[in-house]
Design a protein around this ligand. Structure first.
Ligand code: SAH
Ligand code: SF4
Ligand code: F3S
Length: 525
């Protein structure tokens, strides 16, 4: 279809919405009779290649380039004037940060944000593929959006994020939900203006997913959620290939941003008055490994420590790459906070081996010992998977004892969910669901008990809280986090929002603390 035909098609679309409904139906009929490769190869103009384990593992570092010359195509710069967008975010912090970038791109195109689907002209679903239930939520939402699309044919609905990087998901959308206007992957976010243009002027679904990771694009616009805490990507992708995990396929190979670009972004946030940054990566401890010079997370943190911003966090750490130099730098304290999220996944060395985590129970405990020695006040939290294929009762008990031995303050716990395309998905998922649920319940009971005990230690103490705003449950109460990442609710004037204040803890609950304001502003920088 050429540009002229597209314009005409769009004209027809606008003048006669019912035609779109019949278009959708006839699309659906055509699609139902096609095989998936036919669908992708012939009917749709696409650069889509499904995730491929062998290819992914043969990644070469030198393929990545950094671009500093991003700009929105001239013809798209005002296309959103008078229109609104809504982005739903389903995944991790990185996914949330991608939403901030897409919001930035749309805002630069003139769009305004809305949280009402009926008002939106563009709806994007920024998806997560980490477990099956994350995917089910998205398919549920796609189903809900169909009537809206039929009613408002000019509405553009896009599916992006990690699910778009999966072959089976793309096929399912093509077959079952052809009313979706565009699908794009995690490497194509900067292409949003051009993809949107294509979707607006084309009657066909726009599909652009790169199986191979893209370059690093600097200087993308961002509309950050809030002016107090900001995310900063330090690297993209993951090369760890834990056998259960889809992320190395959906996010591509590890690529580090240059230290000066990261430092500049953190400085810029500090200058804008941000009080906290969280450095982001799937495995931040691998930061720098792909750079052409010797540089790691320890060196980066040592630089960022000197920036005039009160709080610096980082996530997620991988125990395998957590080196002594980093512990030494973190021990210097200052704006580097006393909380480390260190996912362990299992307490059994044998399970860790088949998960390909590349550390053992013993080496994890050794690392915890080093962290505790260097940072005696640090709190540790973790992620744990239960019911991995072949996990025995004894192996699960090893997870329970490890949780006790480390004394985690909190943990995100998950039932293993097979992800198509990963090595573990080929193994029999042989732990019955009742057993998985029972293990999860026991683990959660232990985690909750430890979390509560950790909270009780704060009763009567004075802690520093970065005030974020009204508490979700009660607008008369403000809330924020301590340096060790504990949620605190307390009464204080609204003028304290965005500041760090002293709060005396009056009551400990399992996942939060209640307190009272000690003085108005504890720290002015
Ligand atoms: N990069 C981080 C975690 C990213 S995903 C790390 O390596 O620790 C967040 C958490 O989801 C993981 O730590 C793991 O506990 C969980 N997870 C990942 N894949 C999963 C799967 N297939 N089933 C269940 N939980 C999973
Ligand atoms: Fe997934 Fe493992 Fe990479 Fe974490 S380190 S994102 S669990 S492959
Ligand atoms: Fe989900 Fe992708 Fe993050 S799979 S957890 S959104 S990297």
């Amino acid at each position: 279809m050429n540009e002229q035909q597209r314009k005409e098609a769009n004209q027809i679309k606008q003048e006669n919405p019912t035609d779109v409904k019949s278009d959708l139906d006839s699309n659906l009929d055509r699609l139902k009779n096609m095989e998936s490769d036919e669908l992708i190869g012939k009917y749709f103009q696409s650069t889509y290649e499904p995730p491929n384990l062998k290819k992914a593992k043969k990644r070469r570092r030198e393929d990545v380039e950094i671009h500093y010359d991003f700009s929105i195509p001239a013809e798209m710069q005002r296309i959103g004037e008078g229109k609104k967008f809504l982005i739903r975010t389903y995944g991790c912090q990185m996914n949330e940060h991608d939403t901030e970038v897409m919001a930035g791109l749309l805002t630069e195109m003139g769009y305004e944000t809305t949280d009402n689907t009926d008002e939106a002209d563009v709806i994007l679903l920024n998806t997560c593929a980490i477990r099956e239930n994350a995917e089910n939520k998205v398919f549920g939402e796609i189903g809900h959006l169909k009537p809206l699309k039929l009613e408002k044919p000019d509405l553009i609905i896009g599916v992006c994020g990690c699910m778009s990087q999966e072959e089976s998901v793309v096929n399912k959308i093509l077959k079952k939900h052809p009313f979706i206007d565009m699908i794009f992957g995690t490497h194509n976010i900067h292409r949003l203006p051009s993809l949107l243009k294509e979707a607006m002027f084309s009657k066909e679904m726009v599909l652009e997913v790169w199986s191979k990771e893209g370059d690093i694009i600097e200087n993308l616009p961002k509309v950050r959620k809030g002016k107090i805490k900001g995310w900063v990507n330090i690297m993209y992708g993951c090369d760890k290939f834990c056998t259960y995990c889809i992320v190395p396929y959906t996010r591509g190979k590890e690529r580090s941003r240059l230290p000066e670009d990261i430092i500049q972004e953190v400085r810029h946030l500090a200058a804008q008055g941000y009080q906290e940054v969280t450095l982001l990566g799937q495995n931040v401890n691998a930061y720098g490994k792909d750079l052409e010079f010797e540089y790691g997370l320890g060196q980066l943190m040592d630089e960022i420590r000197k920036i005039d911003i009160p709080r610096v966090r980082f996530t997620t750490s991988h125990p395998r790459d957590f080196d002594d130099h980093l512990v030494e730098v973190l021990a210097k304290g200052g704006n580097l906070l006393d909380h480390i999220h260190l996912p362990v996944q299992s307490g059994s060395s044998e399970v860790l081996r088949v998960m390909a985590r590349r550390y053992t129970r013993e080496s994890y405990l050794e690392l915890v010992g080093k962290i505790r020695a260097g940072m005696p006040n640090a709190t540790l939290t973790t992620d744990i998977i239960v019911g991995f294929p072949n996990e025995t009762d004894e192996q699960f008990e090893e997870t329970m004892t490890l949780v006790r031995e480390v004394g985690f303050d909190g943990a995100y716990t998950f039932i293993y969910s097979p992800r198509e395309g990963t090595p573990a998905a080929k193994w029999e998922d042989n732990i019955p669901m009742e057993v998985k649920k029972e293990r999860l319940q026991r683990l959660n009971a232990l985690v909750n008990e430890q979390a509560k005990q950790a909270m009780q230690k704060y009763e009567g103490e004075i802690v520093k809280v970065l005030v974020e705003g009204e508490s979700k449950k009660n607008p008369d109460v403000l809330s924020g986090y301590t340096e060790r990442n504990k949620l605190v609710n307390f009464k204080a004037p609204k003028s304290t929002i965005g500041k760090i204040v002293n709060v005396r803890i009056t009551e400990a609950r399992t996942w939060s603390l209640n307190g009272e304001l000690v003085e108005e502003v504890a720290e002015v920088l």
